[in-house]
Design a protein around this ligand. Sequence first.
Ligand SMILES: C[S@@+](CC[C@H](N)C(=O)[O-])C[C@H]1O[C@@H](n2cnc3c(N)ncnc32)[C@H](O)[C@@H]1O
Length: 278
Amino acid sequence: MPGPKKPESSRSRKSRAARADRHDLYQRAVQDVVSEVDFVEGEFKRIRGRRAALIREDFCGTANTSCEWVRRGPSHRAIGVDLDQPTLDWGIEHNLSKLRPAQRERVTLLNRNVLSPGREGSGVDAVLAMNFSYWIFKTRPLMRRYFESVRTSLASDGLFFMDFYGGPDSVKIMRERRPCRGFTYVWDQSRYDALTGDYTCHIHFAFADGSRMRNAFTYEWRLWSLVEIRELLAEAGFGRSTVYLEGDDGKGGGDGKFVPASVGENCLAWLAYIVAEP
Ligand SMILES: C[S@@+](CC[C@H](N)C(=O)[O-])C[C@H]1O[C@@H](n2cnc3c(N)ncnc32)[C@H](O)[C@@H]1O
């Protein structure tokens, strides 16, 4: 026997996944640009004794961090570099549009490969490579070329900031779910090749109505070790690199506070920032 007829409006209504915007979900679930910029501003001032003015956000995607940077003051300028124009366009429409006109003028977006940022991407106080995006470079020569290019782009007292993820859990094939407001974020470590280090991860989003946005983002990376990255930084001319490990919240998670470390506890999963000085 057929059930009660659904009203037209609910039958034709799209699922939550179909109505959602993947960049919006990413920014809400993955990024914390306020804490990231706090870290960059604070450590630059502490190490160099002056305030950074011009940053370059490599792999900037929607330029969320660049927008947060220019909100911090009238001398703050940002250059975002990404080679995907639709993603940059999304950032212009949804992030840059929320800035005041004077702030917007202080953001420059370059549709370029970070390996060749050009003259406009040079002379910067800090280069940022966040959310492990630089793992896209899978060989030592390519990673070294990127680091050399960053070094030559920096002002004489410039600093290079990047993040890092490690620990035995990083090589595990597993999915981690985290509830966010209105959806669930799913981090999917789907393939790790123990011989090559090739590492495929996806981000999915799940919704209360049972709908899913599968493979909203896919990353084809090499899972690097922290030691290799620091060696490559040294080979590329960075005289010093400091690792800031995240503290423990006492409940098996991170506390969001990153402090310089010389010894690394072998936790199942850990996050770090690396700050490299030419
Ligand atoms: C994981 S997203 C990074 C988003 C953002 N930076 C963050 O911290 O969350 C990676 C971005 O890197 C860009 N990308 C990948 N390879 C690149 C390259 N060689 N040069 C410039 N952008 C690149 C992609 O288009 C994508 O927008």
